[in-house]
Design a protein around this ligand. Structure first.
Ligand code: COA
Length: 364
């Protein structure tokens, strides 16, 4: 009997220089950097450079101005944001605009794609609020400009730093579902735009990139720390999964949760309602971990990246319906690097299936 590996669990489908997820030790290495060190010191531009280095002969040494120009190029497509797209979910509208970018393989194509989710997300959010889209300022760092395009006003340095920490933390993560999808598209020799669209479509679901919005819904529904245990027990009794917990690879705490919690603590110093929200989240996290350990003693289920993603993006005044767009704004850099790495291997990804349907009928 042929064994099918459900969900390709345990299958090694690529060799990569880009990132290593050590699920037993709870470590994430991105091109030689521990994620918590990278998130604490790198801007998004630095992470993009780190990932793309060696995959393009003409990659500029300083990516900040090149990404700024790439935002300007992407913004030209915002004119195509019509009423039908504005009526869609932000993620769908952002993805539709991104599909308008050229499907090439050059460094200009790569940088336009890396810059585009920030530009399109900001434009879609503003248009959905009845406001004009704000053009990029190519002189600003990427994260600061992203927040400025959303708000129509400059963010503080601390806010831009927090968004940088987020984008860097999520920029790459081994062969996750969306990165695998991007590599499959790239293996057919489709362009980088196609690879990014494959990644975007795969990131959307709640088991992958769509979890942080529901984390906010959960915190809002719980409301107070006292209500955490009964609410969580009732959700599990109803057969629901707790968003922000569990992972295919990590059997211990996801190191990205701590990288984001550190960014959140830096941001929360003296910031309005945030310390109270963080205290509620910590109480919910403690209760959820206790309950999951009791209910699933054989399956370690720990906090994943999405739990603190939700809190950090909420603290930056980004609306929950755009959280997956912001995730994509970071992860696109990883998809592009993986697509280039896959193209260089030259091998089409084409696994096999086992047929379990009916045998051919005898012809009459
Ligand atoms: N809440 C409650 N139970 C959970 C759970 C969660 N968040 N995550 C996994 N489980 C349970 C499953 O119900 C299953 O139990 P069973 O064996 O009794 O049926 C068991 O743990 C294994 O789950 P499985 O779906 O096989 O694991 P996976 O490796 O395929 O799933 C995730 C990984 C991320 C899809 C899963 O943990 C999940 O759905 N988490 C919530 C969504 C989320 O936070 N996604 C963001 C990931 S970064």
């Amino acid at each position: 009997m042929v064994q099918v590996s459900a969900g390709l669990e345990g299958v090694i489908a690529a060799a990569t220089v880009l990132s290593d997820v050590d699920g037993q030790a709870g470590r994430l290495t991105i091109r030689g950097w521990a994620v918590e060190d990278l998130a604490g010191r790198a801007r998004f531009e630095d992470a993009v450079h780190l990932l793309l280095d060696g995959f393009f002969d003409d990659l500029p040494a300083d990516l900040a101005p090149a990404l700024g120009q790439a935002r300007v190029r992407a913004f030209a497509e915002v004119a195509a944001l019509d009423a039908a797209l504005v009526a869609r979910e932000p993620y769908d509208a952002m993805r539709a605009l991104l599909a308008r970018l050229p499907d090439g393989d050059g460094v200009h194509d790569a940088l336009a794609l890396a810059a585009a989710p920030a530009v399109f997300t900001a434009a879609v959010l503003r248009r959905q609020n009845g406001l004009e889209a704000v053009a990029p300022d190519p002189a600003l760092p990427h994260a600061a400009d992203f927040l400025r395009m959303v708000r129509g006003a400059n963010a503080t340095q601390g806010e831009a730093r927090a968004l940088d920490a987020y984008l860097v933390t999520v920029c790459d993560h081994g062969l996750n579902a969306s990165t695998f999808a991007a590599r499959v598209a790239a293996s057919t020799r489709a362009g980088l735009g196609s690879a990014v669209l494959a990644g975007l479509s795969t990131l959307k679901g709640p088991l992958h990139g769509g979890a942080p919005g529901p984390v906010i819904d959960m915190l809002d529904a719980i409301g107070t720390a006292d209500n955490a245990v009964p609410w969580l027990e009732a959700a599990l009794d109803a057969g629901e999964r707790l968003m922000g917990f569990g992972h295919r690879i990590y059997r211990v705490r996801d190191p990205r949760a701590d990288a984001l919690k550190a960014a959140l603590s830096r941001l929360s110093k003296g910031a309005g309602a945030l310390p109270g929200r963080l205290a509620l989240a910590e109480a919910v996290e403690r209760a959820a971990l206790d309950i999951l350990r009791r209910r699933k003693p054989d399956r370690p289920l720990e906090t994943n990246v999405e739990f603190y993603t939700a809190l950090l993006l909420e603290a930056l005044d980004l609306p929950p319906e755009a959280f997956t767009c912001v995730f994509a704004a970071g992860r696109t850099a990883g998809w592009i690097a993986h697509a280039r790495e896959q193209q260089a291997s030259g091998k089409l990804i084409r696994p096999q299936s086992v047929y379990v349907g009916p045998r051919p009928r005898a012809a009459a």
